[in-house]
Design a protein around this ligand. Structure first.
Ligand SMILES: [Zn+2]
Length: 268
């Protein structure tokens, strides 16, 4: 399951989708190799979780160096569990990189067609989705927890790529990153009611607890992408559960107070 993890110098480790090559950098950070301590040990890139901001910036700089893109060329989204998508350019470079307040407000998905601009999403259980269309030279990064998933944020992002850049869905490649999986993601009736009205019954499995079930966000997203015209064999799921592997990834469900991992996509 963890065969896509690439060991790096100083114990750093990243997950790379196998189909991202050529003109696209796509990567998901693990939690090892940084200097944060306690619940944030150790490569925490979340500025909003109560960790020492200077340490978080150092970890972000480490991640940027790994990607070969200066932190000043990263763009971060505010991430509000909504369904808004922002198209960004080099005018937005550095937004949210060193200061929470300058992140692109009110959005959970970023799209660009500009080379050298790194789109960043932070996660600890929610699904980080990276997309790219090498034919039209477009990339996208999406934060999809259950709220964004039932709002069809993945499909909405494909729509933006189509409308703004002429993307053909059959050219889109997708990587679904480390996130909480059906094995560990038990949800209650309030969530299930919303999920059941939007997705097939296959996305949930029964739980022994009354009024609860296990939910696969990744399978919801696959259904969305399928309806959008993205080819199933262009969707690569790294297949890692953050809760099962909380030694390697931050898991909010498993740990409560914890750090955030980075999902990044960039046109070279
Ligand atoms: Zn699990």
């Amino acid at each position: 399951m963890l065969s896509t993890i690439v060991g790096e110098v100083n114990g750093r480790a990243w997950v790379h989708p196998q189909q991202a090559k050529g003109s696209v950098l796509a990567a998901f950070s693990c939690r090892v190799g940084g200097d944060s301590t306690g619940p944030f040990a150790s490569l925490n890139v979340g500025l909003h979780v109560g960790d020492d901001p200077l340490q978080v910036i150092r970890s972000r700089e480490q991640c940027a160096a790994y990607c070969g893109v200066p932190l000043e060329h990263f763009v971060f989204a505010e991430q509000v569990h909504g369904s808004a998508v922002a198209v960004v350019t080099h005018e937005h470079a550095g937004r949210g990189a060193r200061n929470l307040a300058t992140a692109i407000p009110g959005v959970d998905a970023l799209v660009t067609n500009q080379s050298g601009l790194a789109l960043a999403i932070l996660v600890a259980d929610c699904v980080p989705i990276l997309m790219w269309d090498e034919a039209r030279h477009v990339v996208a990064a999406i934060h999809s927890g259950w709220r964004g998933t039932v709002l069809h944020l993945a499909a909405k992002t494909v729509d933006v790529m189509k409308e703004q850049f002429g993307t053909h869905p059959s050219d889109v490649r997708v990587a679904l990153g480390p996130s909480i999986r059906r094995c560990c993601y038990e949800v209650d009736d309030a969530v299930l009611d919303k999920v059941k009205s939007e997705f097939s019954p296959l996305v949930v499995s029964p739980s022994a607890r009354p009024k609860h079930a296990y939910l696969s966000l990744v399978d919801c997203i696959r259904e969305d992408l399928d309806k959008s015209g993205v080819l199933p064999d262009h969707v690569e799921d790294v297949g890692i559960c953050t809760s099962c592997h909380h030694n390697l990834f931050f898991s909010y469900r498993k740990e409560g107070r914890t750090g955030r991992s980075l999902a990044v996509v960039c046109l070279k």
